[in-house]
Design a protein around this ligand. Structure first.
Ligand SMILES: Nc1ncnc2c1ncn2[C@@H]1O[C@H](COP(=O)(O)OP(=O)(O)OP(=O)(O)O)[C@@H](O)[C@H]1O
Ligand SMILES: [Mg+2]
Length: 260
C-alpha cells in the first residue's frame, strides 16, 4: 500500500534528515514510530503525507509515485488528501476555521459530501466536543485543539492515518479512546510517540529512527522494547543515578514502560 525505496530527504540548508529508508506498509497495519528528538519522525510523517517529497529514492502509494508531478495533479491530490491524513504534532497549525463546527466540516464540504451536519455531530460526540462546536478553535485548550484536529481528519474516513505524538497533550481517557479507535479501525496507521509505555498499545510493528536519519529497527515491537542496547543507542533509554534506601547506584532506564 505504502512503499518507500531508499528514500532520502533533506530540509534546505541542512544535512540529510532521512537517509536510505526502505519500508512497505500493508493495508491495516499498525506501526509505531520511535526516535529521539530531531531524529526525523515528524519529517517522515510529512513525507508519507506528501507534504514533502523524497530527494532520493521513491515513494509509491498504491503503486502511484508520490513526487512533485503527482502532487501538482489536483484530481490525484484530492483523492490522496482524503485517503492519507496527518495529525500534526502541533495541531494549532491545522486549525484556521472560525468555529470548531466549520473546522470539522471543512474537509467533507470540500469533497461535496452529504449529511455533513450528522457526520460532524457524530465525531463531536465521539471526541466530547459537542459543547465546543460554536467556539473559535483558537480559544480552546491544547488537548481540545488536538481533538478538533483529530475529528477533522477522521471524519474523512481515511485509509491511512498518520499521527505525530497524539498522546502528548491528550488526557488518559482520551488516549484510551484513541487506543480503542486504533484497535477497531481498518485503516493503516503510523503513530509517532515518545511514550514507550503506550507504544505497544498503538501498534504491533515498530520503526526506530536512529542516527543520521536511518532506520535502526523495523520489526515487532516487543523485542525492540526489550533491546536496551538499541534503546540506549537511539536515545530512547538512558542511564541515570538513583537514590535508594541504603545507597546509590546507577542503572539503565527505559523509563515510562519500565513499571508495566
Ligand atoms: N520545516 C523545517 N525546515 C528545516 N529543517 C527542519 C524542518 N522541520 C524539521 N527540520 C529539521 O529536521 C530534523 C528532524 O526534525 P523532526 O521534526 O523530523 O524530528 P522529530 O523526530 O520529529 O523530533 P521531535 O521528537 O522533537 O518531535 C531536525 O534537525 C530539524 O531541525
Ligand atoms: Mg516531531
Amino acid at each position: 500500500m505504502i512503499e518507500l525505496q531508499a528514500v532520502g530527504f533533506g530540509w534546505p540548508d541542512s544535512r540529510e534528515t532521512l537517509a536510505d529508508i526502505s519500508l512497505a506498509l500493508q493495508p491495516g497495519e499498525k506501526t509505531v514510530l520511535l526516535g529521539a528528538n530531531g531524529s526525523g519522525k515528524s519529517t517522515l510523517l510529512k513525507l508519507l503525507n506528501g507534504l514533502v517529497v523524497p530527494s532520493h529514492g521513491s515513494y509509491h502509494y498504491h503503486g502511484h509515485p508520490i513526487d512533485k508531478a503527482s502532487m501538482a495533479d489536483r484530481q490525484w491530490l484530492r483523492r490522496f488528501r482524503q485517503e492519507v491524513v496527518l495529525l500534526f504534532q502541533h495541531p494549532e497549525a491545522m486549525l484556521f476555521n472560525p468555529t470548531v463546527r466549520d473546522e470539522i466540516a471543512y474537509g467533507p464540504r470540500r469533497l461535496g459530501w452529504d449529511d455533513i451536519d450528522e457526520r460532524v455531530a457524530w465525531w463531536a460526540d465521539q471526541l466530547g466536543l459537542r459543547t465546543l462546536l460554536d467556539k473559535p478553535p483558537f480559544t480552546l485548550s491544547g488537548g481540545q485543539k488536538q481533538k478538533v484536529a483529530l475529528a477533522s481528519i477522521l471524519i474523512l474516513e481515511p485509509k491511512v492515518i498518520l499521527m505525530d505524538e497524539p498522546s502528548a497533550s491528550l488526557d488518559p481517557r482520551s488516549v484510551g479512546w484513541l487506543v480503542d479507535f486504533l484497535l477497531d479501525t481498518a485503516a493503516t496507521v503510523v503513530v509517532s510517540t515518545h511514550n514507550l509505555s503506550m507504544a505497544a498499545e498503538f501498534g504491533s510493528r515498530c520503526l526506530v529512527l536512529g542516527e543520521n536519519g536511518r532506520l535502526a529497527y523495523d520489526g515487532p515491537i516487543g523485542p525492540a522494547m526489550r533491546d536496551m542496547e538499541l534503546l540506549e543507542r537511539c536515545n530512547l533509554a538512558h542511564r541515570h543515578r538513583h537514590r535508594h534506601a541504603g545507597g546509590e547506584h546507577s542503572h539503565l532506564h527505559g523509563h515510562e514502560w519500565e513499571s508495566s
